[in-house]
Design a protein around this ligand. Sequence first.
Ligand SMILES: NC(=O)c1ccc[n+]([C@@H]2O[C@H](COP(=O)([O-])OP(=O)(O)OC[C@H]3O[C@@H](n4cnc5c(N)ncnc54)[C@H](OP(=O)(O)O)[C@@H]3O)[C@@H](O)[C@H]2O)c1
Ligand SMILES: [Zn+2]
Ligand SMILES: [Zn+2]
Length: 351
Amino acid sequence: MITKSVKAFGTESPEANLKQFNIHRREVTINDVEIDILFCGVCHSDLHFARNDWGMTQYPVVPGHEIVGKVIQVGTGVSKYKIGDLVAVGCLVDSCKSCNNCKNDLEQYCPEWVGTYGGYDKHLNTPTHGGYAETIVVNEEFVLSVPKNLDLAGIAPVLCAGITTWSPLKHWKVGKNSKVAVVGLGGLGHMAIKLAHALGAHVSLFSRSTNKMEDAKALGADAVIISTEETQMENVMGKFDIIIDTVPYAHDLNPYINTLNTNGTLVVVGYLGPLDPMLVTVPMIMGRKSVAGSLIGGIAETQELLDFCGKHNIHSDIEVIDIQDINIAYERMLKSDVKYRFVIDMKSLKA
Ligand SMILES: NC(=O)c1ccc[n+]([C@@H]2O[C@H](COP(=O)([O-])OP(=O)(O)OC[C@H]3O[C@@H](n4cnc5c(N)ncnc54)[C@H](OP(=O)(O)O)[C@@H]3O)[C@@H](O)[C@H]2O)c1
Ligand SMILES: [Zn+2]
Ligand SMILES: [Zn+2]
């Protein structure tokens, strides 16, 4: 198959810094859209993947799954998009389209879903490469429309941080009168606060320090609980209907379960792996409480969220960076030193 060489930023090993090299994109096939990437958000998953934290990375890897850009070419069978349209691509670029999950708009749970990076390009028979690149070629079914009123850089994180928190908020039917808590104020956490607030819920943040208190309130939180303060944790025992836990590393879930109301659910979206310490089942049994997980969201649900953001004028709070500063950005993200998402201006790669 014919391919095109484009500039990208990625890494060839878990220890190495990200650097510039060229990758191959397929030429548009009948249902493909070629997108000139304008902005790409920086997710903590990009860092996990670049450094092989999950033990599944194939190198070289080009991260990036919060992509916003402009259509520059369409295949002959494309009907949804035309050259010049502003579009977005999130974490998914393909799936089987025939399993029950695909039929129910849950492509993210399709056994054959293809990640924007670290997946497998069925046309090229090579690993997929993400949005830290000049362009990307994606089947139109996995391309999203960007509402015209939204800031293009500010909307990029909605494609992962936004949908990952929106999907559980919707699944567990958060609305007016819901009591929602969010653990960790980073990329996902700040979107969770904004979205739960926009849905009319009472929103609390669990954070490790007082540093982010004012910011959390400005983002829409009604209360902030310092998770390292025992009395503050005791004061919110039995309070929440749902907790969205965005912490990226193994941590103790038990203190948070105590803060759930009867029938409450703690949804883990941040950490992938075995828990340490283990869960204590007593409070779960005594209060019919659940611990659940959730993965990004489907294509229709992501479009629904983009439209919701357009209607309510919701953006991510971002720091725009050049691609050449990505290694510094990763180190800052590890120290939770970002307000609250880095977004790469892809002009810097093209210069
Ligand atoms: N399930 C999914 O579909 C999905 C999708 C996207 C991302 N993720 C994962 O979600 C996680 C969060 O991503 P992100 O981009 O939001 O990361 P982030 O911007 O780095 O934010 C994570 C936040 O968690 C808190 N935190 C960090 N280290 C901690 C620790 N050791 N103990 C307790 N709290 C800690 C910090 O908040 P405070 O300073 O306020 O405590 C930090 O700001 C990552 O692991 C990512 O891979 C999952
Ligand atoms: Zn992500
Ligand atoms: Zn499927």
